[in-house]
Design a binder for this molecule. Structure first.
Ligand code: GAL
Length: 700
């Protein structure tokens, strides 16, 4: 191909259409406009690959795309990936699947978008399962693969020879491809998110603490459990109801169970008066007992799930029925959002439930396409209902796809390996996805506290007690530690919220993998690489597989400890860092060894960081309620932080109803630190009533 075959889709982004791809795709479901201003303000990028080395072959039923790959490249992304971060040398089969137990690429949220450590990205916009050979297929004409070796005699023989191509295969006679320029890995991810409308800005309460109650709780039990948070002084913003709120479930009615919830509107209002939002669990399969069953039946697929309908939500008529019902029966009485469960599907031998790939839908789509995009469609519909009310929502979804960065949903799983949960925090950040390492139960107090420490630094801090009936204080011996972290989570809301504002406007993921930090570089074996300027040009990363630590915002680095561990290696990017709690100072650009007892998760703060913190409230400030902020500065370097100031709940920010308050610390000639806050207009209704500077470790 030549560069002329590519069209400039947006600054630093090129697209190519070959053959006849289906019109249904992740981007067609979302229909978002790119954030062109933000894209334009980024550094210009040139076409990142040698276009002569890109091949697209369209045959009757299949499309194969071949792209060049260099020897030292690592490939990240491909959606939420719990088992591996770097896909180099592996074959990925990107099917939506609720049981991603094997390292095949299947997951709740597969995204055919990879980010190269050389600072470019490739995305396929499709509704199909995509297979990607990430340097795992070797062509006869390869320049790189070397010679055949005798396995009997040569110990350097390897099962996977080095390949110099990525090959993408789709069972469709055509493809729509996108290519993203850098120069850094973070730039690539930013361009990807901005193309899809930018990142989501959750309502402030979404960043507080969440608790889901057992599945058959009554209104009274829910209220009692919620009030126990207040009595015990544990902050909590959202209570999640599980299947029992429906009159029938598996399949569901979306109608309130009159015995458990005789007065839904009164219940939601009563909870709201105590500062609790209500989140409703649901799945997509419609019960014959639901009032919307009949109108949806002719608009549904040829197969059922648990005897429920599988509506064809590519059809506007079907969307309208679903949305109207949700609007009048939930949203209008104050329900704040949803947990969209089981929109993924499973083929486990003893537990198989999903419509088949050959299922037929009235729009002409088949079961494969529907399954690949169902999570996205349902997220979009519910988000649209809230947008039409000028209210922001935030919730959970178990399946997602490409083009999802603007959706107010956080992924979760029934799997429960803690290390995999931390890896999910890293992997999701490459593909415009958010993930929660939700806490359900624990083997012991140590496991509990380690999980709680991590979830408090995630996009959605939650105990999901639907099956186990746990509460944050379930292990009394560590109750005080758990409270300390939930409290810290609350105090960090202004910091987190501002990080999300950058996600929204600039496409920078609020929580992200170390490979997206421009100054980081770690070798495969944990060795440091000396950085030169060309490394930086590629995002400053080499073949790193560091997947057990992550960044929260620009200044906090979280290095979780897992059950049974009291020490670990932590990679600190270049610069000076402080242990957030002890103040110990570290020179970065290297790997350090840290120890921490149960009372502490290792957290590091950058020299010069400014972290705005709010008082310990029992729930996030309400609309119109201004809070006093403490502005914490760390170390001896100057610093700058952009504090996002808006109403915290509506979409007014999209029309410019927000202020960026600039927090700045400068050093005087005598070395003293002095902080300032930019003023907003006198009549601006700020979310912050006052500012007080607190300086840490500056004299050390
Ligand atoms: C599962 C879900 C759990 C819980 C449960 C209720 O599919 O992952 O978190 O909601 O359903 O039946």
């Amino acid at each position: 191909m030549s560069t002329q075959d590519w069209k400039q889709a947006a600054p630093g982004i090129w697209s190519l259409k070959a053959g006849e791809p289906a019109s249904l795709s992740a981007m067609s479901v979302m229909g978002r406009q790119p954030r062109t201003d933000a894209l334009q303000s980024m550094e210009t990028a040139s076409f990142p690959l040698d276009s002569e080395k890109i091949r697209v072959e369209v045959t009757g039923k299949q499309t194969v795309i071949t792209l060049p790959l260099e020897r030292e490249e690592s490939l990240y992304g491909l959606g939420l990936q719990l088992l591996k971060l770097n896909h180099r040398g592996r074959t990925r089969y990107l099917r939506v699947n609720s049981d991603p137990k094997q390292d095949t690429g299947e997951t709740h949220a597969p995204v055919p978008f990879y980010v190269s450590s050389r600072g470019y990205g490739v995305m396929v916009n499709t509704s199909r399962i995509v297979s990607i050979y990430c340097g795992s297929a070797v062509r006869l004409d390869s320049d790189l693969s070397g010679e055949a070796k005798d396995r009997n005699a040569d110990r350097s023989w390897k099962a996977t020879p080095v390949s110099d191509t990525v090959e993408i295969v789709i069972d469709e006679p055509g493809v729509e491809l996108y290519l993203f320029g850098g120069p850094t890995t973070l730039d690539v991810v930013r361009r990807y998110n901005l193309l899809h409308g930018g990142g989501v800005l959750p309502p402030k309460w979404g960043l507080g603490f969440w608790h889901r109650v057992p599945k058959a709780y009554t209104a009274e039990q829910v209220m009692d459990e919620a009030m126990s948070f207040r009595e015990k002084d544990f902050p909590c913003d959202v209570i999640g109801l599980e299947p029992g709120w429906h009159s029938k479930s598996y399949p569901v009615t979306y109608e309130w169970n009159e015995e458990r919830f005789p007065d839904p509107a009164g219940f939601v209002k009563g909870m709201s008066e105590q500062g609790f939002q209500i989140n409703l669990w649901e799945h997509p399969y419609v019960s014959p007992d639901a009032a919307i069953y009949e109108p949806l039946a002719p608009l549904s697929g040829s197969h059922t799930v648990w005897h429920g309908l599988v509506p064809d939500y590519t059809l506007e008529e079907a969307r309208e029925i679903y949305m109207k019902q949700h609007e009048t029966e939930h949203v209008d009485i104050g329900v704040s959002g949803y947990k969209l469960d089981e929109c993924d599907g499973s083929e486990l031998t003893r537990n198989s439930w999903i419509y088949p790939a050959h299922a037929k839908f009235p729009s002409g789509a088949d079961g494969e396409q529907m399954r690949q995009l169902y999570g996205l469609m349902i997220q979009k519909m519910t988000d649209d209902v809230y947008r039409s009310k000028n209210r922001r929502t935030y919730g959970l979804a178990r399946a997602s796809s490409a083009a999802a960065s603007s959706l107010p949903y956080v992924l979760y799983s029934d799997l429960y390996d803690h290390r995999q949960f931390v890896r999910g925090m890293c992997s999701s950040s490459f593909s415009g996805l958010l993930w929660t390492p939700e806490v359900r139960k624990a083997r012991n107090a140590e496991d509990w506290v380690r999980r709680m420490q991590v979830v408090c630094f995630s996009p959605l801090a939650m105990v999901n007690a639907w099956a186990d009936g746990t509460k944050p204080w379930s292990f009394p011996e560590v109750e005080a530690i758990v409270k300390k972290y939930i409290t810290l989570r609350m105090r960090l809301i202004p910091y987190l919220y501002s990080a999300f504002a950058r996600y929204c406007f600039e496409g920078i993921p609020p929580i992200r993998a170390m490979q997206l930090e421009t100054a980081s570089t770690v070798g495969a074996a944990g060795r440091e690489h000396a950085l030169d300027s060309t490394d930086f040009a590629y995002g400053g990363v080499s073949d790193t597989d560091v997947d057990d630590q992550f960044m929260v915002g620009d200044s906090l680095l979280i290095a979780p400890l897992f059950e049974g561990e009291s020490e670990r290696d932590v990679y600190l990017p270049a610069g000076v860092w402080y242990d957030f709690e002890t103040g110990e100072r570290f020179e970065g650009g290297r790997t350090i060894r840290v120890r921490a007892g149960l009372e502490r998760i290792p957290v590091f703060v950058k020299n010069g960081a400014i972290i705005p913190m709010m008082p310990v409230l029992q729930h996030a400030p309400k609309q119109g309620e201004a809070v006093a902020l403490e502005l914490h500065h760390y170390g001896d370097a100057p610093g700058r932080f952009v504090l996002f100031d808006d109403d915290g709940v509506s979409f007014a920010y999209e029309a410019g109803e927000y202020r960026n308050r600039i927090l700045e610390v400068q050093t005087e000639t005598d070395g003293a630190l002095i902080g300032s806050v930019s003023e907003a207009e006198a009549d601006w209704k700020s979310a912050y009533s006052s500012f007080e500077w607190v300086f840490h470790y500056g004299s050390k």
